[in-house]
Design a binder for this molecule. Structure first.
Ligand code: NI
Length: 167
């Protein structure tokens, strides 16, 4: 397995719309495993393929306390959503920035698992937020884009300044 490089906002590649996975083969399973390793090492609770510059519809996440709850969604699709929740979110591509976003409270998701088998799952609370956040990445959307232009500008400046300081 390998730890992959995570793109940092405002990298324009984060705005790429991901393509569906045609076949869950060895290459895809290796990518899933690398994404999981990258997420745990970061550490984070979710990662989309977009964030490692692979533009295919794959997300991994683990919202458990002890890192034993890895979930893999290939070609995920939200088929139902209800309610609303507001929760503070962060993102491995936007380090150090935490902002509140409004999302559906409950969702139903259809996807393929790591073996290419279709499944349907219902999620609510943090898990539902995490799935929606990662699925946004596959559409080329980063969570800070729900914020005002003014706030987005401030975040961009902050991250660029930090990047300069570490070079
Ligand atoms: Ni993210």
């Amino acid at each position: 397995m390998a730890i992959l490089n995570i793109l940092r906002y405002p990298d324009p590649r984060l705005h790429t719309v991901a393509q569906p996975v045609n076949a869950v083969d060895t290459r895809i399973r290796r990518l899933v495993d690398d994404m999981a390793e990258t997420m745990y090492a970061a550490p984070g609770i979710g990662l989309a393929a977009t964030q490692v510059n692979v533009h295919e519809r794959i997300i991994v996440l683990d919202t458990s306390d002890d890192k034993t709850g890895l979930r893999v969604f290939i070609n995920p699709r939200i088929t139902a959503r209800s309610g609303e929740q507001e929760r503070e979110e962060g993102c491995l591509s936007v380090p150090g920035i935490y902002e509140t976003v409004r999302r559906a409270e409950k969702i139903t998701v259809e996807a393929l698992d790591r073996d290419g088998q279709p499944f349907t799952t219902e999620a609510e609370g943090l898990l539902a937020v995490c799935i929606q956040h990662e699925m946004d990445h596959l559409e080329g959307k980063v969570f800070v884009e729900y914020l005002s232009q003014l706030k987005q500008g401030r975040i961009k400046n902050k991250l660029k300044k930090r990047l300069r300081e570490t070079m």
